[in-house]
Write a protein that binds this ligand. Structure first.
Ligand SMILES: C=CC1=C(C)c2cc3[nH]c(cc4nc(cc5[nH]c(cc1n2)c(C)c5CCC(=O)O)C(CCC(=O)O)=C4C)c(C)c3C=C
Ligand code: FE2
Ligand code: FE2
Length: 388
């Protein structure tokens, strides 16, 4: 029998407080996260932003027990998936490949090659595609495939995004219903989908399908839930001074509070595991904003984690991928015609809004600001909020 592997992709998170700085450095070094017209500026700027953000970020990780639970939960999801597939008669080896922390994607790939895996399903643990998440991991895998001859014999297939998967929608609907049913008038509670944000330019200029997939996913979950509740979609976790997808979660919460909403069920929609942005940002920061705005009953639907219906969704995706013609990394990375991944010959966007000339100007400004801040400890980037 041929050896089948499933590679679960995720972002990764610091296991302990000392890891926060190097984890942030890895994240900000990724051109799919911060786009600059000069590659030589990437690493110094990554180091600079990471070192300025480390203290704030560490304080947040401290509030959730001193590290990210992402690795543990992803490994548990892998174990549950292996067992579910085994019960269906499909033996698989599971590998976890994180983008910015251990176990790194490179480590997972080395193990896959060493284990002589013949068929591989590449499954990002992001239901919706974004250049900054699945796209970045696919880009890295594409590079590894180009560089490593030992990977050539592996017959792989990629699942680019899977937010329409019926069992995923069922799992989300069940998790939401559980919270609604704890409210005094379940049909009157407001459902608040909080998606992870991305800079608006990713969508408008680079053609990231993320916003459209999030909107469609929200509508499908509401359809599956089949309840009369009103709902809102907003975007959380903005970093830096440029415009991100709107409305921002904090503004939408204040607006709902002003409109008299008292019972709210928040649904994290871009994540399938608990992590800092659910446990700290939603449960602590956004709860505080909501309560200040008059929303007294603030509840949150749990992330799917190892919910059995969610694990069934992952298993269904793997079985389908093994049965259907393979989808290659190059196709996944350039799924939509307009999607621009970095590096590209004529890419036009970055932390700015449009043409290359503006990228050049802003980068130059950024560089000057960087030098000023290194020398003085104060400066433009700090003032405009890029560095916290
Ligand atoms: C600066 C730009 C960022 C973009 C764009 C972005 C997109 C994005 N991220 C996730 C999911 C996760 N992000 C996580 C951590 C994290 N992300 C950013 C920045 C961007 N993310 C930072 C700076 C951090 C570190 C935490 C912090 O300091 O705020 C994580 C890991 C969380 C953990 O448990 O450690 C996840 C997961 C999505 C889904 C997304 C776009 C769709
Ligand atoms: Fe993020
Ligand atoms: Fe974030």
């Amino acid at each position: 029998m041929s050896r089948v592997g499933v590679l679960l992709l995720n972002l990764g998170g610091p296991d302990k407080l000392e890891d926060v700085g190097p984890f942030l450095y890895n994240l900000f070094s990724d051109p799919e996260i911060i786009r600059l017209p000069f590659r030589w500026l990437q690493k110094p700027l990554a180091w600079f932003i990471a070192s300025r953000r480390t203290t704030t970020s560490q304080a947040n990780y401290k509030q959730i027990g001193g590290g990210s639970p992402l690795r543990r939960i992803t490994e548990e999801q892998g174990q549950a998936l292996k067992q579910h597939l085994g019960n269906l008669g499909q033996e698989v080896d599971i590998y976890v490949g994180m983008r910015y922390w251990h176990p790194y994607t490179e480590e997972a790939i080395a193990q896959i090659a060493a284990d002589n895996i013949e068929h591989l399903v590449i499954l990002p643990l992001y239901p919706q595609f974004s250049i900054s998440t699945s796209g970045s991991s696919f880009r890295l895998l594409e590079k590894l495939w180009r560089e490593k001859p030992e990977l050539q014999p592996i017959d792989y297939t990629v699942i680019p995004s899977w937010y329409k998967e019926p069992s995923y929608l069922q799992a989300m609907a069940q998790l939401i219903a559980q919270e609604l049913d704890q409210c005094p008038n379940p049909d009157e509670a407001h459902i608040f989908f909080s998606a992870h944000g991305v800079p608006k330019s990713y969508v408008e200029e680079a053609g990231d399908p993320y916003e459209q997939e999030i909107e469609e996913c929200t509508a499908l979950i509401m359809q599956t839930l089949n309840r009369p509740n009103l709902y809102t979609l907003a975007y959380q976790s903005r970093v830096g001074p440029v415009e991100w997808l709107q409305p921002y979660t904090e503004d939408a919460l204040r607006q709902l509070g002003a409109e008299g909403v008292k019972d709210l069920v928040v649904v994290p929609i871009s994540f399938v595991s608990e992590h800092i942005e659910t446990l700290q940002e939603i449960d602590i920061e956004y709860r505080e904003i909501a309560e200040e705005s008059g929303i007294h009953n603030f509840r949150r639907a749990a992330a799917p984690n190892t919910h059995p219906v969610f694990i069934k969704a992952l298993a269904d995706l793997v079985i389908d991928a093994l049965n259907n013609p393979s989808f290659k990394l190059s196709q996944a990375a350039q799924m939509k015609k307009r999607v621009k991944m970095y590096p590209q010959e004529n890419w036009e966007w970055g932390m700015t809004t449009s043409a290359e000339v503006w990228n050049g100007r802003i980068a130059m400004l950024g560089f000057i600001a960087l030098v000023i801040e290194i020398v003085t400890g104060h400066g433009l980037l700090h003032i405009i909020g890029l560095l916290q």
